[in-house]
Every structure is written in C-alpha cells, then in structure tokens.
Design a protein around this ligand. Structure first.
Ligand SMILES: [Zn+2]
Length: 292
C-alpha cells in the first residue's frame, strides 16, 4: 500500500513541524501522483484513521479526489512543460484562496518539466514565510529540478518496496540485505573499513546479478534511517536497537544525500558496467559525503 508520504506529512503536521515545500521523488509518475493525492487528503481529512491515513470518504477527502477542493491547486504540464503563464495564474489564484482557507496546497506534477523561467518565477512564492501553504513537487529525479528551487524543498525519496516484495529469491535477498547492513554500519560509524568494502566483502559474498538489488537495498537503508529520525515505520530494515543506533549516528540530511548518491549507483549497476570499480568509486564519494 502507498502510505509513505502521507504518513510522514501527517506525523510532521501533528507535531507542528510541517515544512512549506517537499520534493517527492520516484521513478514512477503514477505512484507519485497517488502519494501526493493521499498526502493532501490526510492533511484535510476530517476523520483521519488511527494509523494516520485519510478516511477517503469525508467531504474534503472526496473533494481532493475529484479535483474540486477549493484550497488545492493541482498543476500539470501544459503540453511538454510547466510554463511561466501557468505559474503566474496559480500565484494569483493562490493569493485569493489563501485569504479564506487555513492552508492552501500546490501540487506540481512533473516538476522536472518546469521551464527555467517558470521555476524562477515561483522561488519567492515557495518560500514566502507568512503564508500557510504547502508545496508538493513531484519529480523522477531531484537533479532534474533547478538547484535554486530544489534547495527550497525538503526532498523525500519514495520507497520501491514492491520491487523487492516481488523478488522471490528470498535466500539471495537475505544475503544481500546482510551485506547492506554491514556497509550501513560501516558508514554510520565512519569506519575506515568502508574503503575496503567493495574488494573485501562484495567481491567475496556478492554475486554479479545481485548488484542492482544491492543498490536498491542500500537506498532503502538510507531511507529507513531517515524514517527512524522522523519516527515513522521503516520499510525494509527492522526497527531494532542496532539499526536505530546506526540511523541516529548520522543526520537525516546526510542519509538523504547518501540515498541520492546511491540512486545514481543503482541506475548504473543496472546498466552492467564494471560493478566492482563502480561501487568503489561511489563508496569514495560516500566517504566524502559523511566527512570521514
Ligand atoms: Zn477524510
């Protein structure tokens, strides 16, 4: 089930820690739309369930679903891109709306298609502090969004849980997960042995065909570490004492940076380049990222 973003935002909102702009990142556009829809619903819902999910039957939930909620402006590309004229119109509408609702919601589908001038036109709007407003930008890669805009958003990388649920090779899965736990622990403790992980551990216990899964699970490790910080349910790694200690050893920002780094690794592992030297070079970047 898709509950991740909604859960995170609901939790943050309940603790009065909701930020003003989130960049939701996942490869699958439909999945992003579903996540954003449910996230907006849970924030306007009149009957949130005890699991922190939108009821989907109250008036506000239905209005969001049908695209008729007055406080929600859902923007999709006009043709191939999100254009500056759309942004200007949205800003105008938002100013009107904002004066008579508690919070307005701006969802930008395919934010990676924002033209540079469109992205620049909303920079001030996105960070206008006095207004209660929530931006959800949906993109397939954080790197595809203009850095000035990206830096104003909190990045949420969505899980690909289904991907490994469909993986029937349970034994290999467990083996790869063990390797990821080892590496995760090295990263968390800034252990110099991180340097040798590729040649010492992967060369010995990893099989070439496992490398893409290794990359996916490594990202999952980073995401779950962030989940620990936010106090939400983890996806793959059990919330036991060890994992929690490792997760808390680095900041959520650092884990997010590492997840972004490893998402590049996964993509290239799938392209069957020389996996061992690739992993080595990414681990060097990871070491640099956490300042070992
Ligand atoms: Zn509801």
């Amino acid at each position: 089930m898709i509950t991740n973003v909604a859960n995170v935002l609901h939790h943050l909102n309940a603790n009065d820690k909701l930020s003003h702009a989130y960049l939701l990142v996942h490869q699958d556009r439909d999945r992003l739309v579903q996540e954003a829809l449910e996230a907006v619903q849970v924030l306007v819902c009149e009957e949130v369930t005890k699991e922190g999910r939108a009821c989907k039957v109250c008036g506000p939930c239905c209005a969001v679903q049908s695209g008729n909620h007055p406080a929600v402006n859902w923007l999709v590309p006009d043709g191939a891109s999100l254009k500056i004229a759309q942004m200007r119109m949205a800003i105008k509408q938002d100013r009107r709306m904002n004066s008579f609702t508690n919070r307005t919601f701006l969802v930008l589908e395919q934010a990676d298609t924002l033209t540079a001038e469109a992205a620049n036109s909303i920079l001030k709007w996105v960070e206008e502090p006095a207004q209660d407003r929530l931006f959800l930008l949906l993109a397939r890669s954080p790197m595809a969004v203009l850095p000035t805009l990206r830096s104003r958003c909190t990045i949420l990388l969505l899980s690909s849980k289904q991907l490994w649920e469909e993986d029937s090779r349970q034994e290999r899965f467990d083996q790869v997960k063990k390797l990821v736990l080892e590496l995760g622990s090295l990263l968390a403790t800034k252990d110099p042995a991180t340097w040798y992980f590729a040649s010492d551990r992967m060369a010995k216990d990893g099989e070439t065909e496992d490398y893409p899964l290794f990359g996916e699970l490594l990202m999952a490790f980073c995401r779950d570490a962030v989940a620990i910080h936010y106090g939400v349910t983890t996806d793959v790694f059990e919330q036991n004492g060890d994992f929690e200690t490792q997760a808390r050893a680095l900041s959520p920002q650092t884990w997010t940076r590492l997840a972004m780094l490893f998402s590049g690794l996964t993509k290239r592992l799938k392209a069957h380049v020389n996996a061992m030297s690739l992993l080595e070079s990414f681990l060097l970047q990871a070491i640099d990222t956490i300042g070992m």
